[in-house]
Design a protein around this ligand. Sequence first.
Ligand code: ADP
Length: 245
Amino acid sequence: MSRPALYLDGVSVVFDGFRALNNLSLIVDPGELRAIIGPNGAGKTTMMDVITGKTRPTAGTARFGDHDLTRLDEARIANLGIGRKFQKPTVFDALTVFENLELALKAPRSPWRCLRWRLDGSARARIGGVMEEIGLTPRATDRAAILSHGQRQWLEIGMLLIQDPELLLVDEPVAGMTDQETEHTAALLRRIAGSRSVVVVEHDLEFVRALNSKVTVLHEGTLLSEGSIDAVQNDPRVVEVYLGR
Ligand code: ADP
């Protein structure tokens, strides 16, 4: 079997004596789609922060392929090919869908290389490919300001995809979406995993079911249960602490 894309081993994070993560271990395989659920305060955001280098663990290790994430800063980690989508979309309203993707394609370059960067045929094809993937080709020349909430979220996912990440971290992508947008988002994430690993934190269990992926349940900073959505929903520990049934 291939080496895990992401490997957290015994990660703890202590803030002023409070254990936000408590000996958390997690393995995500290359090309895997993984859903992370858990009640508020379970440690989901802190886990994402450890992976992206925003928070340093107090104990344990976090590896991405051959890289020890606990030794790298946020910029270096982003350069390794870890993209993170926060809950609130940060697209540029005044720019079109195409221009947002163009900006995202050139943004990681140095200012000097950015100035010299020209939109050539291969860049156009790449932007076209991502627009197809996120389902926004018909909106290419529309400004982001007039997109629906769901379309703005997909555009932001596209802005990460265009940088070709090996691991994509997605935080509550369907909050505020219509049922149809939620379905589209599940299909999009299922499609883009496979050529990269995708970790999704989400509260909406119907959406998590639609992802059809392995689910990890966090509680009090540690792993409570792991398996299919049916398996974790029927796990008595999960029922007790999370589903409240
Ligand atoms: P989740 O994303 O699952 O809701 P978080 O990772 O945001 O959980 O938070 C886990 C726990 O750690 C919460 O109890 C939260 O209050 C606490 N916490 C998170 N960040 C900090 C911080 N910077 N300082 C102190 N406590 C924090």
